[in-house]
Design a protein around this ligand. Structure first.
Ligand code: SAH
Length: 219
């Protein structure tokens, strides 16, 4: 047991050094969070030994846990401070949620597949992530009651930036979202201030579809 823990801890340290720091992620909060969150517990037992590899993995229901570097890149782009409130669309495995919860004050996460949300919720409870609030819903509507947010992260590919989410961003807030075609998108960082919204492209990526009213229509 102890040996297992040490093994995964070593794999985690290697992941942070060889996949994340080496590719230019410098935010110390992001590096610390990813060095801490036990990623192997967010995948099924059969995939635990691959959890710290440089790739996404299946988590059931045709969804995936993002590659570690993508999680780091998106988290860093949010420029989180410890008092920030963050909205995440697409809980999936809950791994990205836990990384956010290590850094921010509170994380509101929305998932449209009940089985995945229930699994993630169990892990959050086990590890006493009291600052994670979950909702089973179509996240393309955001979470109006809890808005505005300092950060919004969408972890599924959208056909365009949903206006309704931008409206739930606080002045000075940041939003990270993959936008583009079915299975190939551009990762966008949007920054909102009193003058408007500024957009920066961070590079190509490949996410599963954001399915919902303000995303892709269900097939
Ligand atoms: N951050 C997650 C990524 C999971 S994949 C992780 O690293 O594990 C993307 C997730 O977005 C899937 O679980 C999918 O069901 C969910 N999703 C897609 N469209 C959604 C929507 N409209 N509302 C909420 N969740 C959605």
């Amino acid at each position: 047991m102890q040996q297992e823990l040490l093994k995964y801890q070593r794999q985690r340290e290697n992941m942070v050094r060889d996949q994340i720091a080496v590719r230019g992620i410098t935010d110390p909060n992001v590096l610390a969070a990813m060095g801490k969150v036990p990623r192997h517990l967010f995948v099924g037992e059969a995939l635990m030994d691959q959890a710290y590899g440089d790739f996404p993995l299946p988590i059931g229901k045709e969804q995936t846990i993002s590659q570690p570097y993508i999680v780091a890149e998106m988290t860093q782009a949010l420029q989180l401070k410890k008092e920030d409130r963050v909205l995440e669309i697409g809980t999936g495995s809950g791994y990205q949620t836990a990384v956010l919860a290590e850094i921010a004050y509170r994380v509101y996460t929305v998932e449209r597949i009940r089985l995945l949300l229930d699994k993630a919720r169990k892990i959050f409870d086990t590890f006493h992530y009291h600052n994670i609030v979950t909702k089973y819903s179509d996240g393309t509507f955001g979470w109006a009651d809890e808005s505005p947010f300092d950060g919004i992260i969408v972890t599924a590919g959208a056909p365009q930036v949903p206006e309704i989410l931008l409206n739930q961003l606080a002045p000075g807030g940041r939003m990270v979202i993959p936008v583009g075609k079915n299975y190939s998108q551009e990762l966008l960082m949007l920054y909102k201030n009193d003058k408007g919204v500024h957009q920066t492209a961070l590079g190509g990526c490949r996410f599963v579809k954001l399915v919902g009213e303000h995303g892709w229509k269900e097939e």
